[in-house]
Each structure stands twice: as C-alpha cells, then as structure tokens.
Design a protein around this ligand. Structure first.
Ligand SMILES: [Mg+2]
Length: 418
C-alpha cells in the first residue's frame, strides 16, 4: 500500500443504464418516467428506473403495481439483456478509442488505469470519452465519471454527481469532499458494517478518516479494514488476484476478410493489440491460444507455451505457428469465419523466477530486447497518439477497430459464443 499523488484511475458508471438504453432506442418514451423490470408482470419489481421516475418517488425494487399508483404515466419496459450486452460492447469499443479499459466491473461500470500524460489531462480525457460515447452509443445513455488516485475513490467520485457528472477527487484535496458522505456511501461498507463501526465510535467518514490504520484493521477483524482505510486515504492497494487475467480478442470476419491470408492479417493485429494491453498492465505471458472457425466446419483451437514475454514479435510468431497448424486442418478453399487469440499464464516480471526466463535462452534474450523496444514505442504512442510508431505497415481491420475484450468481469461476452 503506497500513497499516490496523482489521478491514476478513471471510473465510469452509466446512469440508470437499462432505462437509459430503452430511452435511447425508443424515442416515444424519452419524455416519460421509465422503469425496467426483469419480467412482464404487474408483480415484477423495477431493476432500474430513470432519473425522471425517481422524481416521482419510484424506487428500485418497487413493484410495478405500486409504482402505477403513485405515477400512472410510468412507462414499464421489460429488460432486453441481449441488447444491453451489445450496447456494453459498443461502449467498451468507444472508451478503448480514448484509453484502454483496464477492468470491467459490471455491465455498466468500468475502470481505466491512467498513465503518463493521461494523468495530467484526466478531466479533458473524461470529456472526450463522454462526447465520443454520445456520438457512438447515443446521447441518452449518459455516463458519470470519477477521477481519483485509486479505483475505490474513483468509484466514490463517479457516484457523487449523478447523472452525467464528472467528479475529481485529487489526492491534495482529501479528505475534503469525502466528509459530506455517509459511511454507507463508501463501497464495501454495508448497513451491518456501519453498525459495527458505530459501536466502535466511528459514526462519520471523518471519524473513519481519523482512525489509526491499525484500529481500522481491528474493527474489521482482518486486513480488509486496513485496506479500506488505505483506499480512503488515496493509497494504492494491491489485492491478490481472485481470477487469473487473460488478454484476448476475437473477430467475426466479413466477406473480403475471410481468406486465410486476410484472416492472418486480422489475427496479427488482434495479437498486437492484446500484447499492448499486456505490456500496459506490466505483465508477461507464458502461453497463447488461437481458435479458428471455418465457414463450413468445426471450431479448431490450440495452445502453445513459451518463455515469459510480452513483445509483439514473439507473440506474433507463436500465433502464426498455431494459425498454420489450424489452416492445415481445413479444406483448401476454406473461408475462415471467426478468429480468436488469447494470452494466458499471466504474471508480473518479479513473480517469475530466473530459470523460467532462462529456459529458452535465445528466444528469451530476443524477447527481452524486443520488450524494451516495445515499451519505448508504447510510450511514444501514448504521448503522441495511438499509431505514431508501429512495426511495419498498419492495416485497418474490418469494422475499423481491433476490439477490447477482457476475459473477466461479470458480463457475458457475445463473441465467446461464436
Ligand atoms: Mg450505473
């Protein structure tokens, strides 16, 4: 846990997401209070309601029947999860045009780690994302954005000025704006926990702020109390990974892109994109898998393992080897319908013992050299715009964008089902 002095996290939380999507897609309900239910029943309750409905006293969890009594004009919409996932993917694509999404927390919440100059121009970046989303996804699907030294505070900030807000919690201003919040406004402090805190003499965020760190740990009875305290104070808190990370991308190939040559071009770009994310997160990977689905046959996939690396050259080489193996399985004139590449066995360089680096000496030495070059290129691209420096010619993908799938979080990935 270390103190952070800059804005390092941008957190996006969409406002009344399902209701906003319905308003975006159904112009006829835009001026009405809208509630969204999971089932088409008067006894079903709202999973989301728009901000206009809120002004009529409609709450989440309220039954449709009860809502109609206090607000007869309410428009009740039955949730359309498949559409929400599609919009979620469009949102990820758009955010990714401005800054890579580091973690997807739910269908309408995501986090971006900021590096380099992004940290000093974070509010401008946030407004660019907002403008981009309005154009690409629609102006009725509004985000609230929080900027802060860590994810915890950025999430809190995102919640402070809803809807359509932008809130900056700069480390130098802490705890100022936090003192107006209730303890239960902090993620991770439930009603039950606030009772326990109250018994320990902690009634307000200010009381919690002024606690000794060790005291916070004692109240919780475990390290989580100390983590909460540190996060509130703007420290960076590393948590043990609960899920193994993976970095991968897939693509459906349209006509003109489905020949083996073109499919390989596409897969190369997806590999480079995944490698970029890997390096940006400070990770190395030790295996890579490729999956291909021909237009007329069964999906084929294979995985290969190698010395830890993160450079485009090594990863593209491994991808090509697998791709050739896959194509050898298909008929001569086969068209390829989908391609998929995934980087696995992710770890931080410091977690890898020396002999793992040594086991493929020549490859590893080459990877290390390339790794340094790639990191320098990434730095230039971050500073001056995404594609200032590339290795070889840069091709544009069908659809124009290399996609931003991260294989964790709770959101079903439509492309997983291809
Ligand atoms: Mg939300």
């Amino acid at each position: 846990m270390q103190a952070v002095s800059e804005i390092e996290c941008l957190y996006i939380d969409f406002d009344a997401f399902f209701a906003s999507v319905e308003k975006q897609l159904r112009p006829e309900i835009r001026n009405l209070p809208v509630g969204v239910t999971a089932l088409d029943s008067e006894y079903s309750s709202f999973i989301t309601r728009c901000y206009m409905a809120k002004t009529f006293g409609i709450k989440r969890g309220m039954k449709v029947r009860d809502a109609r009594e206090i607000c007869p004009q309410i428009s009740v919409q039955v949730a359309r999860p498949d559409i929400y996932v599609k919009i979620h993917n469009l949102i990820l694509e758009e955010i990714d045009r401005h800054v890579p999404v580091t973690k997807v927390w739910s269908i309408d919440e995501m986090e971006c780690a900021l590096i380099g100059r992004e940290r000093f121009a974070a509010p401008q970046l946030a407004e660019q994302i907002r403008a981009g989303l309005a154009k690409a996804v629609g102006p009725y699907i509004t985000p609230s954005i929080g900027l802060a030294p860590n994810q915890f505070l950025a999430k809190v900030a995102g919640d402070m000025n809803k809807p359509n807000g932008l809130t900056v919690l700069h480390p130098r201003d802490l705890p100022g704006p936090l003192l107006d919040l209730a303890l239960t406004d902090l993620p991770g402090i439930s009603a039950g926990m606030s009772v326990r805190l109250s018994r320990a003499g902690v009634q307000t965020v200010e009381d919690f702020w002024n606690l000794e760190r060790k005291h916070a740990r004692a109240i919780w009875g475990n390290i989580e109390g100390e983590r909460m305290w540190a996060q509130l104070h703007g420290h960076k808190v590393e948590r043990p990974e609960t899920q193994k990370r993976m970095f991968g991308h897939s693509r459906v190939l349209t006509k003109g892109w489905n020949t083996p040559d073109k499919a390989l071009d596409c897969l190369s770009l997806l590999t480079v994109k995944a490698a970029y994310r890997l390096r940006r997160s400070g990770y190395l990977c030790r295996s890579l898998s490729v999956a291909l689905r021909p237009g007329d046959g069964e999906r084929w996939s294979a995985q290969t393992s190698f010395a830890p690396c993160s450079d485009d050259q090594a990863l593209t080489r491994h991808m090509r080897t697998l791709f050739k193996q896959g194509c050898a399985q298909f008929s001569k004139n086969a068209r390829i319908k989908t391609v998929y590449v995934m980087l696995h066995d992710i770890s931080k360089p410091e977690e890898i013992s020396g002999d793992l680096f040594d086991f493929a000496d020549e490859d590893t030495a080459r990877s290390k050299r390339w790794g340094n070059i790639m990191t320098a290129m990434d730095g230039l691209n971050t500073k001056h715009g995404k594609a200032m420096v590339t290795m070889g010619p840069r091709t544009n993908l069908p659809g124009g964008f290399a996609g931003g799938k991260i294989a964790f979080g709770r959101v079903p990935d439509t492309e997983d089902f291809i």
